[in-house]
Design a protein around this ligand. Structure first.
Ligand code: ZN
Length: 467
């Protein structure tokens, strides 16, 4: 006789793709969401944000966010708008970043709806935002900061702890502990797994044993080149020599801070000349301050430098463009100049007006340093597009486009295997999530062949019984 409640997990996003992370954990009548992310990229994916998620908000007891990236957190204001009022558990670093990122995401939603109404391109009249800044502000009231490794009861009979994964500030794996037939069981979601030996943040921690594992696979079929810093050095030297412009299309949170840190290091070592570096993203500016403040996440070198000379996330000639006017004025600045701007996949943000202005110029270099999802302008640039549509115009691409994958915030296949190698015993079952189909299936094969683990690729909306 068993009196344990039924326990299950359903993949409501980041299965068959990299965005919309949402995993619904059910324990008897109670439910919990691990991550609450927005779908991004291809239109058919973004439309999923508008279809109701199969979550009964009356049964939803908690939301757990592994990190602040919008594809993991950006759906939260939507469920809050629909009536969710329960707690949202996240690390202190994640909570601080969300205070900047969720209102910004809401602002973009509102702007998109306004634009659609003005230009009447929406078939819904009037077009409505997915959520408002007010909904985002209400979401922030629900945040419950939980320190790394600190266990917390998130709903009756289920506790949670985060483990450091080094992806961006605050990023953690999420481990749920619960009982089935009086036996302790675990489910571990890797979250977005970071890298080893990268600047600023500590490395991923060894993984705790688990019964069920969800492992991300963004770069499950790739190995990052080892010489990205050389690549960046050469690009900057060339830009300086030609007195031209380098536009770095970078995620405001994580990539921007790492780039500034590396540029400062090269300047200190005399490897590159000092040229003006414009930080042209309000979110990047705020995120940099948050990165400097969270000393508990700093690696040894970052902590040492900070104690001697203040936060080392700054270059020698750094220009902070806070206002839209300052940003527009950059259009008239002649090289040499480096503009680091967001969004990282050129789906919106200030980087668009820099690209519109400078892409037609063959002297400009555009650098892509992060993952470019299918259907984004960044992906088109990476794939060699000769023109791009942006801000209502067709813009010719004559600039040189360079890609440096080594600045990615995601573990590559070798690094994923290194982390999996820290398990003392194999999970009973491993589900590969958060990867485009080729990356996910390759990683699953590698795990099966090299580690002999039980593994399968998670499917969108698939529900599994945990027993
Ligand atoms: Zn992420």
């Amino acid at each position: 006789m068993t009196n344990s409640p039924p326990v299950s997990l359903q993949f409501l996003g980041a299965a068959g793709g990299v965005t919309g992370s949402k995993y619904l954990f059910s324990y008897g009548d109670d439910q919990l969401l691990i991550d609450c992310g927005l779908f991004q990229g291809l239109k058919e994916l973004r439309q999923r944000n508008w279809t109701a998620v199969p979550v009964d908000l009356a049964r939803l007891r908690a939301v757990v966010l592994t990190h602040a990236h919008i594809d993991h957190s950006g759906y939260l204001p939507r469920i809050v708008a629909q009536g969710y009022q329960g707690p949202v558990f996240a690390t202190p670093g994640t909570c601080d970043l969300l205070k900047v990122m969720l209102p910004d995401a809401a602002h973009l939603q509102e702007e998109e709806a306004r634009y659609a109404n003005r230009n009447e391109y929406s078939k819904h009249k009037p077009a409505l935002p997915l959520y408002t800044v007010h909904d985002a502000e209400r979401s922030l009231q629900l945040l419950r900061p939980v320190r790394n490794a600190e266990p917390v009861e998130v709903m009756p009979n289920v506790s949670l702890n985060f483990g450091r994964v080094g992806h961006i500030l605050g990023a953690g794996s999420a481990r749920l502990l619960f009982k089935i037939d009086a036996q302790q069981k675990n489910l571990l979601d890797s979250g977005d797994l970071g890298r080893y030996g990268r600047p600023i943040l500590k490395d991923p921690e060894p993984a705790p044993n688990t019964d069920w594992l969800l492992i991300e696979s963004t770069y499950g079929n790739r190995v990052h080149p080892k010489d990205s810093e050389n690549g960046l050095r050469e690009i900057i030297k060339e830009v300086a020599a030609r007195r031209s412009c380098l536009i770095v299309q970078a995620f405001a949170v994580g990539r921007t801070q790492e780039l500034i840190y590396v540029i400062r290091k090269m300047e200190d070592a005399g490897e590159i000349p000092t040229i003006p570096v414009h930080i042209d993203s309000p979110m990047a500016i705020e995120a940099t301050e948050i990165y400097c403040r969270h000393t508990e996440e700093h690696d040894f070198e970052m902590a040492q430098l900070s104690s001697h000379e203040g936060c080392p996330i700054r270059s020698r000639h750094m220009v902070i463009d806070r206002t839209p006017e300052q940003s527009k004025a950059v259009n008239d600045v002649k090289g040499p100049i480096i503009i680091i701007s967001a969004s990282g996949m050129a789906t919106g943000g200030r980087v668009l007006h820099h690209l519109k202005q400078r892409l037609p110029d063959p002297e400009t270099t555009v650098l892509l340093v992060g993952y470019q999802a299918e259907g984004t302008r960044g992906r088109s640039l990476q794939d060699g597009a000769k023109e791009l549509k942006m801000l209502g115009e067709i813009v010719a691409v004559r600039a040189r486009v360079k890609v440096l994958d080594g600045f990615s915030a995601h573990a590559d296949q070798d690094e994923i295997l290194r982390w999996l190698g820290t398990f003392k015993k194999p999970p009973r079952m491993t589900y590969v999530v958060h990867g485009e189909p080729a990356a996910a299936s390759t990683l699953a094969e590698v795990i099966r062949d090299r580690l002999s683990w039980n593994v399968e690729v998670a499917k969108y909306q698939q529900k599994i019984a945990l027993q």
